[in-house]
Ligand binder design. Structure first.
Ligand SMILES: [Zn+2]
Length: 463
């Protein structure tokens, strides 16, 4: 273990927070309580200085050995890869055994996309049902290190549920700030159970953000919003876990949903650092898929401009990616461009159908996650991805995060939010192309067998 200790000491040399704005590049110490660059307002990146010390073979062996360990740090799919994290060995880690999410072979989804094989990395199998946990374990650990007593975020979604759980683990007070009347039920239920103070504010999301900035001036309060660089630090370990599960065989293409773009930024950073460490010799292409009504990043990618134009009123039923101003777009753009990937958007109908198809592989996800399979189908049809390409789709949230959506799709009651004048309700209804509505039958053996026959008949033509 001497080498590992040496490596961890090495990790502290050159480690810090760096402004990503090329014209600035200001550097700050790891434990300075910052959210954005104090010089220019740019996003911060947490860097490690360990490439000189790293021995890829030894790292692989250590990480594999930890799979059989009962140490809480080794059981976590994030802290198992702690040589990649900017924390010392005695850091007071806050963990729920996050990560460790499955890689599924998905033949039904592959056939739907026109691929020979397709693999799903299901981040929805994290403790609170979304990928946010892999970043929350590190961000809340940093909150403890900084001596915060209260953690705060403005969200009603997966971030809030995740923060509430990790705050409870750390015995920190947790405040979830939301504009009144904008509460998503499945996720709110989690925040309430985990004991967070859910505070509904008068005003809109901008008002909530303004209050948050004022709160951040208080030393006892730590903000865990998307700009917090210590979330990306944990999320990037998913790249290591994914490759470890594949015995370090690099996929050709990794496809992620795009909302706030923290996830794509984290994958980009993760793959890049693993390449710098010599653990892999090439980067997979990283592509991002957005929903058409909330696609500022796809619009930017398809234009000549290098500045993202916000979408004022983003619209999509995939609420986890209903974001008009993605905070991490610069980091994500860098990751996509460096890897030779692409950015695209898909329709509400494509998302709904892809979600039902993923379900047929026995894998349940929330709507935002299904943008990946919808996007891959499009990329294969357009010839960007060949049928024999080795593709991994990253699912970000569990099906139980949005049960109304699934029920409505299968019962033909799923309507888009599109309120364009002249569109009737019927025109806004999404077709249940792969729907599976429940059927009422008499309680006799014959009726049940007939019900089964009809069910089979209905789904014969699905694929
Ligand atoms: Zn700066």
């Amino acid at each position: 273990m001497i080498e590992i200790e040496k490596l961890q000491k090495g990790a502290q040399i050159g480690a810090g927070q760096v402004c990503i704005a090329p014209a600035c590049g200001a550097r700050f110490k790891l434990n300075e309580r910052l959210y954005v660059c104090p010089s220019c307002g740019g996003l911060l990146d947490v860097t490690l200085g360990l490439s000189a010390d790293a021995d890829p073979e030894r790292l692989r062996a250590v990480w594999t050995r930890r799979l059989a360990s009962f140490d809480a740090r080794d059981r976590s799919g994030v802290w198992r890869y702690r040589e990649l994290l900017p924390f010392t060995d005695d850091a007071p880690i806050v963990t729920l055994a996050e990560g460790n999410t499955p890689l599924y072979d998905a033949p039904v989804s592959a056939a739907y996309c026109g691929l020979n094989t397709l693999t799903l990395k299901h981040q929805g199998c994290n403790p609170t049902g979304s990928f946010k946990d892999t970043g929350m374990t590190t961000a809340v650990t940093q909150a403890v290190i900084l001596g915060a007593t209260t953690v705060v975020c403005a969200s009603t979604g997966n971030t809030a549920a995740s923060l509430a759980a990790y705050a409870a683990r750390a015995h920190l007070q947790c405040a979830i700030l939301v504009p009144r009347g904008q509460i998503s039920h499945n996720k709110l239920a989690q925040s309430l159970d985990y004991g967070a103070a859910v505070l509904e504010l008068d005003g809109n999301f901008d008002d909530a953000m303004r209050v948050i900035r004022e709160l951040a001036e208080d030393e006892s309060i730590y903000l865990v919003n998307s700009i917090n660089p210590f979330r990306i630090v944990g999320q990037k370990t998913v790249a290591a876990e994914l490759l470890h599960q594949r015995d370090w065989s690099v996929p050709d293409h990794v496809v992620v949903p795009g909302g706030n773009l923290g996830n794509s930024s984290a994958f980009g950073k993760g793959f890049k650092e693993l390449k710098e460490l010599g653990l892999i010799d090439r980067l997979p292409r990283l592509s991002v898929v957005q929903a058409e009504g909330a696609a500022p990043f796809a619009n930017l990618f398809g234009s000549e401009s290098d500045v993202l134009i916000p979408i004022e009123h983003p619209q999509t039923l995939a609420t986890a990616i209903k974001i008009g101003v993605p905070v991490s777009w610069q980091k994500a753009l860098r990751a996509v461009v460096e890897s030779g990937g692409s950015v695209l958007s898909v329709s509400e109908q494509e998302i709904a159908d892809a979600k039902a198809i993923i379900g047929r592989d026995g894998v349940g996800c929330e709507p935002a996650s299904a943008t990946t399979v919808a996007g891959i189908k499009r990329l294969v049809a357009d010839g960007v991805i060949g049928s024999d390409t080795d593709v991994v789709a990253v699912l970000t949230g569990h099906i139980l995060k949005d049960t109304d959506y699934a029920i409505n799709y299968h019962q033909g009651k799923l309507y888009t939010h599109d309120r364009a004048p002249g569109k009737t309700k019927e025109e806004r209804r999404l077709a249940g192309n792969y729907n599976n509505p429940p059927a009422r039958v008499k309680s006799t053996k014959a009726a049940i067998l007939e019900g089964l026959r009809r069910h089979e008949q209905k789904h014969l033509g699905d694929l």
